[in-house]
Design a binder for this molecule. Structure first.
Ligand code: PNS
Length: 159
């Protein structure tokens, strides 16, 4: 069974990577898909984010990384994915995630959303927090995979 893990991944964090690693053990294939969102101004382009995720998941042979635009369910159908994977870090994630799961269920009843609880040591990590720490020159080594550390240091030389 193919699973889709959609998200912004601006940038991918160790929390995201934990979810990808665990999903890759549950499904025959996991497609990690970066949303090209015209309403957001990301730090990294979709192609940069795709490259960061590809490098960070090179050890996982059943993981593919792509970009997409439009509805997640449309992309899932196009790729033959039957499950949408999302990570839950803290209780406050639940509200919006449940809303998304219900919306996706209405749009595509044949798809299931599967929530994986992000490992507790990464439960506080978010892409926004990582960007703020990097911008302000704080250490980010324990928050993001190596390819992202390199890109953030290039973008914020004091990080
Ligand atoms: O990493 P994020 O920003 O929490 O991911 C959110 C994402 C990309 C999964 C969500 O915004 C999404 O699915 N966007 C695509 C548009 C869509 O399908 N909207 C309806 C379902 S909420």
């Amino acid at each position: 069974m193919i699973a889709l893990y959609p998200g912004s991944f601006d940038p991918i964090t160790l929390g995201h990577l934990d979810v990808i690693e665990r999903a890759s053990r549950l499904f025959s294939k996991v497609i990690v898909a970066v949303l090209k969102n015209p309403n957001k101004t990301p730090l990294f382009s979709p192609e940069q984010r795709q490259a960061q995720i590809s490098l960070s998941t090179a050890h996982l042979k059943n993981v593919e990384v792509d970009t997409f635009s439009g509805l997640t369910v449309a992309y899932a159908r196009q790729r033959g994915a039957k499950v949408i994977v999302r990570g839950l870090r803290v209780l406050s994630d639940f509200d919006v995630e449940l809303q998304m799961a219900h919306t996706n269920k209405l749009l595509a009843p044949e798809l299931e959303t599967l929530f994986l609880a992000t490992a507790s040591e990464h439960s506080f990590v978010s892409s926004s927090l990582v960007k703020e720490v990097a911008k302000l020159g704080g250490p980010i080594d324990h928050l993001v995979p190596a390819p992202v550390i390199r890109d953030l240091r290039e973008r914020f030389p004091s990080a």
